[in-house]
Ligand binder design. Structure first.
Ligand SMILES: Cc1cc2nc3c(=O)[nH]c(=O)nc-3n(C[C@H](O)[C@H](O)[C@H](O)COP(=O)(O)OP(=O)(O)OC[C@H]3O[C@@H](n4cnc5c(N)ncnc54)[C@H](O)[C@@H]3O)c2cc1C
Length: 406
């Protein structure tokens, strides 16, 4: 059976768009189906911290010039990790890690729009406002039912890459662990400048991150003297919802108690939003002719800011594997085994990076989300040791920046 397209990417979010960019100039005809309209996608205020390793990948995709300079990308030069009510801290700097910046803070919408725009310009068929409603197998091709502008439509594809953030039902059932926590995000203003330092503070409720954020970005005239920060605060669902709707004074008072006075005082809060947090990952190989990447393959707690960084590496590695195949090889019964082996190779090749990032992120949440006295002393001792042993700290920093390799 002939297919309409060689590769259909379901979800043109940051990871799906990155895959489309990584496959531009390949032999494949690509079609991206993205549920949101790219003209009016501005309703997700979450901040995204991109590592230096992700910047290098975006440079290779030819997208950094657009994303890093036109969007608001605030560099992180230092990371300061501490825990409330106990001793021990770790400080990591870009100079120690031998990189120009440890990472960059973006607004999710900015990142989405810039990458989607780049994918649209990269001569791929990027259909926005197209929501996939069903994915089925029809002979040796896959069939996607979707709606666009209120009308039902169908697309058939030799290969489907699912990058929808985990929305489509009917794929291999993922493992799901509900953290019973929400991430409360907001922009806050401080009396002291952030000086491009990102703070991660572990509290009994859960981790609290304050990331340097300049609306005008790296090229902005405030540089490291900016006083705006992006907050990602993990709390019980009830407390997160209450603080999201609380008056400004109540919110800022609670933040002062949780974070302390390292940034002077908190003077204003805007753009509050809540995100329920789960750990979700697939334990089996995907269905024939279907492969999942990004949040569709694994959704992590945002504690270490690794979800998109990991998804971007998924997109990059999958593109390298696909580039070794031809469109015909995706469906030709005589060569199908090569395709199947290549896709299995992708899944097993990603196991170490995915597994290590999931384990590290989950471990951090479990280790630090309690106030049990011996545990807090052990954590303090561990952080002090980590702070003092340079090689250990460097291993941690490089793993956060570049991911785990086999
Ligand atoms: C509060 C918070 C803070 C975070 N901070 C960081 C951070 O600092 N660093 C980091 O690396 N990660 C961070 N993450 C994780 C990061 O947001 C995700 O890992 C990343 O967005 C995954 O990208 P994605 O493209 O796989 O999925 P998504 O961003 O979810 O995009 C999926 C896309 O698919 C589309 N879609 C969905 N369903 C359909 C459908 N049926 N048909 C067609 N299209 C569909 C959606 O419209 C969307 O555009 C954070 C997450 C949260 C919640």
């Amino acid at each position: 059976m002939e297919a309409d397209t060689d590769i259909a990417i379901v979800g043109g979010g940051p990871v799906g768009a990155a895959l489309a960019l990584a496959l531009r100039d390949s032999e494949f005809h690509l079609t991206v189906l993205e549920a949101r309209a790219t003209q009016s996608a501005g309703s997700d205020p979450r901040p995204i911290a991109l590592s230096h390793g992700s910047r290098l990948l975006l440079e290779r995709l030819g997208a950094w010039a657009d994303v890093g300079t036109n969007a608001a990308a605030t560099p992180i030069n230092h990371i300061h990790v501490s825990q409330r009510g106990s001793f021990g801290r770790v400080a990591i700097s870009a100079a120690e890690a031998d990189v120009p910046h440890l990472g960059y803070v973006f607004d999710y919408n900015d990142l989405f729009l810039k990458l989607a725009g780049a994918a649209q310009r990269a001569a791929c068929d990027y259909r926005d406002g197209a929501r996939v409603t069903a994915l089925t197998r029809d002979g040796n091709v896959s069939r996607l039912d979707y709606t666009r502008d209120g009308a039902a439509a169908v697309l058939t594809a030799r290969l489907v890459v699912v990058a929808d953030g985990g929305d489509i039902a009917g794929l291999a059932p993922p493992k799901i662990l509900d953290y019973a926590q929400h991430a409360l995000t907001a922009r806050v203003h401080t009396t002291l400048p952030h000086k491009n330092v990102a703070y991660e503070r572990f509290t009994p409720d859960g981790p609290l991150a304050l990331l340097p954020f300049c609306a005008r970005g790296e090229q902005g005239d405030r540089g490291n003297q900016g006083n705006e920060m992006a907050l990602v605060w993990t709390l019980t669902p009830a407390r997160a919802e209450a603080l999201k709707d609380a008056d400004e004074k109540t919110f800022l008072d609670a933040l002062r108690v949780a974070f302390g006075a390292r940034l002077g005082d908190f003077t204003a809060v805007t753009q509050r939003a809540c995100y329920p947090l789960t750990l979700r990952y697939s334990t089996s190989t995907d269905a024939p002719g279907v492969i999942t990447i990004g949040n569709a393959a694994q959704t992590l707690h945002p504690v270490a800011g690794q979800g998109f960084n990991l998804g971007l590496r998924d997109a990059w590695e999958l593109a390298q594997i696909l580039r070794r195949l031809t469109p015909q090889a995706l469906t030709n019964p005589e060569t199908m085994h090569e395709t199947t082996a290549a896709l299995r190779g992708f899944v097993s090749g990603r196991r170490i990076d995915r597994g290590a990032t999931i384990a590290a992120t989950h471990g951090l949440v479990r280790l630090f989300s309690n106030d049990f006295f011996p545990a807090s002393v052990a954590r303090g001792a561990g952080m002090t040791a980590l702070g003092c042993i340079a090689p250990l700290k460097n291993i941690l920093a490089r793993r956060m920046i570049f991911g785990a390799r086999g």
